[in-house]
Design a protein around this ligand. Structure first.
Ligand code: A3P
Ligand code: MG
Ligand code: MG
Length: 383
């Protein structure tokens, strides 16, 4: 009887698959409504140390330097210290969110998530292949979103084959060729920026708004150009991509599609500049090209693989409104949390379900959490 009282009617809990509520993707024929995006304002930054400790300083911040021509992206591959794959938990961001410089914004933010999650949401209208899922909780008027990684997906990432591992390393070694712990004078010779340790990251936490929705988001920033102003105006995102064969429409279209991801990844944190290193399949750096983030949409306009950021922002605005509505029925106390699951299907849209007790336990994964949020964080918010 007690269980019935605490957990409500059984019927609602046993299956997460009943009567899923849906949000359809925008149709390609209706023009998007204009939705404003507020310039991101950095509240705080933090670093992860080689021991994967979160510290509120800029020890992991790096500075842009010119890479050598023809740099070999295979260089020091055997010395890569690879971070163990982990669930995309919100813990680091939440530590920042209760930091003195963020706490007031946190309580006013309607949505808190990593930049990567928001990026996936926004580009959903153009995603043709990959399904994904989010877990959602509500504390007061704020919703929290984390990516729901299945054990299978994690194992797959951890067990990359040698080819995939190497391709991934090319991205990191490009970062090392292009950055250093301090700015370098123009007279200095290009050189290796140090062996890759993917535990080490520098993150920026910003506040922004999509339409009327206040957001608090955080994400990794690769380096800054010249000097660090404590705002995103000198941030630089680094990317690698296969060299586009001249006159090859297929290569061009593929790159233009990639630009959608590059664009939103940078746009959401206010990163004004993206430096792309074009490489051979064997990891030889051929050319380096700088893109101004805000000019990218104009570059793809009228192209066969055209995309419109307005479609994404308008969709994102509707999506957040919808999630707020869905999440309004989710409760959270120190004793027990309700967790929602949002499932995205390419070309179709989003579906919302409440998780059963067993599914919530699975999400908690035996850790000291209430739902997927760390207990210390829920205690802070409910205090
Ligand atoms: P590229 O950016 O050159 O692809 P980021 O660009 O976000 O700073 O990430 C740096 C590198 O991490 C990437 O280099 C890529 O090698 C690797 N990486 C990032 N996201 C990844 C993912 N989802 N799967 C595999 N590798 C990824
Ligand atoms: Mg990065
Ligand atoms: Mg990068």
């Amino acid at each position: 009887l007690e269980e019935e009282v605490r957990f409500g009617p059984r019927r609602r809990l046993e299956s997460s698959h009943e009567l899923g509520q849906k949000l359809e993707l925008p149709s390609k024929s209706t023009p998007p409504t204009q939705v404003a995006f507020q310039k991101p304002y950095q509240l705080v930054s933090f670093s992860y140390t080689p021991q994967r400790e979160l510290v509120f300083n800029d020890s992991a911040l790096r500075f842009w330097v010119e890479p050598p021509r023809n740099a070999d992206l295979n260089y020091r591959y055997a010395h890569w210290i690879k971070r163990k794959e982990e669930r995309g938990r919100l813990d680091g961001l939440l530590k920042a969110a209760i930091h003195a410089r963020c706490d007031e914004t946190r309580s006013r933010a309607r949505t808190i998530c990593w930049r990567g999650v928001l990026c996936k949401i926004l580009i959903a209208p153009y995603e043709e292949r990959d399904k994904w899922e989010l877990n959602v909780m509500r504390l007061g008027d704020t919703i929290y979103l984390e990516e729901h990684a299945t054990d299978q997906a994690l194992a797959q990432k951890e067990n990359m084959n040698e080819h995939q591992r190497k391709q991934t390393y090319y991205g990191y070694s490009f970062e090392s060729w292009c950055t250093d712990v301090r700015p370098r004078g123009h007279d200095q010779q290009p050189r290796w920026g140090g062996d890759v340790d993917t535990n080490v990251q520098w993150c920026s936490v910003v506040k922004t708004k999509i339409g009327q929705h206040r957001l608090l988001i955080g994400g990794e920033v690769d380096c800054v150009r010249g000097r660090y102003t404590e705002q995103p105006d000198t941030f630089v995102e680094l990317k690698t991509s296969m060299t586009i064969r001249p006159g090859n429409g297929w290569d061009e279209a593929k790159f233009e599609k990639k630009l959608l991801k590059f664009y939103f990844q940078s746009f959401l944190l206010g990163v004004p500049e993206i430096v792309v290193g074009f490489r051979t399949p064997q990891g030889r750096l051929q050319t380096v090209q700088t893109f101004k983030t805000l000019e990218i949409p104009r570059m793809v306009r009228g192209k066969p693989s055209e995309w419109n950021p307005g479609v994404c922002l308008s969709w994102g605005d509707n999506f957040i409104s919808q999630v707020i509505e869905w999440a309004s029925k989710l409760t959270c106390t120190l004793e027990r949390a309700q967790v929602g699951r949002i499932s995205f299907e390419p070309g179709v849209g989003m579906r919302f379900n409440m998780l059963s007790e067993a599914e919530i336990e699975e999400v908690r994964d035996g850790e000291d959490r209430i739902g997927f949020l760390p207990t210390w964080f829920v205690e802070h918010c409910l205090a």
